[in-house]
Design a protein around this ligand. Structure first.
Ligand SMILES: Cc1cc2nc3c(=O)[nH]c(=O)nc-3n(C[C@H](O)[C@H](O)[C@H](O)COP(=O)(O)OP(=O)(O)OC[C@H]3O[C@@H](n4cnc5c(N)ncnc54)[C@H](O)[C@@H]3O)c2cc1C
Length: 473
């Protein structure tokens, strides 16, 4: 039963007084439809909003959330909508609260090595600002050309540099948050250490827009590596490529920046989509390995050791991409795999499983067995150095839509059961949203689920902020 009120014309008038008439969309299906979904290929996860509000300040967001509690209207925060778990989908209609107007850099503080931004800044815009000062932001989701910093914090986004630098949460040191009841709270600041009470800052990170709306984000910056080299390593089979990953991680003293894995199906799909060619010489899979550091000679020594280890483990070829143009071409192929699959077929389920790194070979061979059992393709790619694989079940073209929708939950259950048996879990970086919530009991005990529900009820007693995500309240 929907416990919420429908948005009425008189409510719209009140919202217009908060954010201005130009920043409210109501009753215009064409303008509302693009905000009914994120980047999940299947449209069955979509749901129409009743209205869209583009807020410009924290005070406006606070007023909207107070209004929403009073009127019992759900509010779903939205960044760029590049999510892959349905987090920004307004499951119960109501208001979609767009953060795209809040895209300013508030302060670049060179001395404290921090940058403070609004949530609607595109992630890729940070590094050009701080590079000249010899600094960089280590967040590197493959969607960085479109996604927003607020969405990255809400999903605790990972990406292509997490093996060495970790995920977004490591760099979030300060937040201004509007609570679900409409209070404006500051958590953390420019501090490198802070144990003053519960770590509410990190509770917010990865909360998928269910516990608060971020309005200012302070990120820690890192010294810009002076040298960086990418290795493109070819293997005969996916199993051979993935088997090398734990070996590289235990080389002793070398922490690569990235170890990305792409099987042949993924490479071919992305190359076709981009009209690009990679000299893969018929290889069945590739690793894209980055090594970076401050000292070029050291980086060279390290990539020599990594390259030799790959050869020792059966690599067919190791190409060195030591200039920006070649590196960018290869990374572009990697970044566009998800988009390429989406264009090929909407009947696919981009998964985000994560297992301990030593279990990665078993995960890849197990996924191949599940593909065989169900007579489907499950291409695999992802952030292998983090144990994070985007295994993507794709519908058998001989099946009807109904067959696919009937079998997909069983296929996913097999995949998740295997993941859990290897010590892994449902999502490494894309989040649960509403796409994966029914599988949460496979990895979270009833007590664990109740702790999360209790936190949600304590912070959002009216259950108006992004309801129906992660779990049902
Ligand atoms: C081609 C492609 C590649 C991708 N590669 C990666 C990758 O490498 N690593 C990775 O981690 N993800 C990746 N993603 C997924 C996605 O880009 C990330 O989850 C990203 O962080 C979402 O940001 P967004 O601004 O698009 O957020 P949205 O999709 O708009 O929203 C995501 C969640 O954040 C919440 N939210 C948004 N703004 C706020 C705010 N201001 N306050 C509170 N909550 C908010 C929403 O309610 C929602 O729950 C990829 C997606 C695509 C399409």
């Amino acid at each position: 039963m929907n416990q919420y009120q429908s948005v009425t014309p008189s409510m719209i008038e009140e919202l217009k007084t908060i954010v201005g008439a130009a920043n409210v969309v109501f009753g215009d299906i064409e303008k509302l439809e693009p905000l009914s979904h994120d980047e999940i290929a299947e449209r069955s996860y979509a749901h129409m909003p009743e209205c869209v509000v583009r807020a410009g300040t924290a005070a406006e967001i606070a007023a909207i959330l107070k209004f929403a509690n009073r009127e019992r209207v759900p509010v779903t925060p939205r960044g760029a909508g590049s999510g892959l778990s349905g987090g920004a989908v307004p499951l119960y209609g109501g208001i979609v609260l767009l953060c795209d107007r809040m895209n300013r850099v508030i302060e670049f503080d060179r001395d404290n090595m921090t940058i403070t931004v609004e949530p609607g800044l595109v992630t890729n815009e940070i590094n050009p600002i701080v590079r000249e000062a010899g600094l960089f932001f280590a967040g590197y989701p493959m969607s960085l050309e479109t996604c927003f910093v607020g969405g990255n914090v809400a999903e605790n986004a990972g990406g292509g540099k997490a093996v060495k630098y970790g995920v977004t949460g490591r760099y979030v040191i300060g937040l201004e948050v509007v609570t679900p009841t409409g209070e404006i709270v500051r958590l953390g600041g420019k501090l490198m250490k802070d144990v003053t009470g519960y770590n509410l800052l990190q509770l917010m990170v990865g909360s998928e827009g269910t516990l608060g709306i971020f309005t200012e984000i302070t990120l820690k910056l890192m010294p810009l590596p002076r040298a960086s080299v990418d290795l493109l390593v070819l293997f005969e089979t996916a199993e051979a490529a993935i088997a090398v990953v734990p070996r590289i991680m235990t080389l002793g003293g070398i922490i690569p920046t990235a170890i990305e894995f792409m099987d042949k199906t993924s490479i071919d799909a992305s190359c076709q989509y981009l009209n690009e060619t990679i000299n893969s010489r018929g290889a069945g899979a590739m690793l894209l390995i980055t090594v970076d550091g401050q000292d070029a000679a050291q980086v060279e020594r390290e990539y020599d050791v990594v390259g030799e280890s790959c050869f020792a483990c059966g690599a067919l070829e190791v190409f060195v991409a030591d200039n920006h143009t070649t590196s960018e071409r290869v990374w572009k192929v990697r970044r566009n795999i998800a988009e390429a699959f989406k264009v090929q077929s909407p009947h696919q389920s981009l998964e985000d499983i994560v297992v301990p790194i030593a279990a990665i070979p078993k995960m890849v061979s197990g996924a191949a067995e599940i593909a065989k059992k169900w007579d489907i393709a499950i291409p695999c790619y992802g952030h292998a150095g983090d144990g994070n694989l985007h295994a993507t079940p794709v519908m058998n073209p001989a099946w009807t839509d109904d067959e696919w929708h009937g079998k997909l939950p069983l296929i996913l259950t097999d995949l998740y059961r295997l993941t859990v048996s290897l010590g892994g879990t449902l999502s490494g970086e894309h989040g649960i949203g509403h796409k994966r919530k029914e599988y949460m009991p496979m990895v979270c005990s009833p007590a664990h689920m109740e702790m999360m529900r209790a936190i949600k009820r304590a912070l959002d007693p009216g259950l108006i902020l992004n309801p129906g995500k992660i779990f049902d309240s």
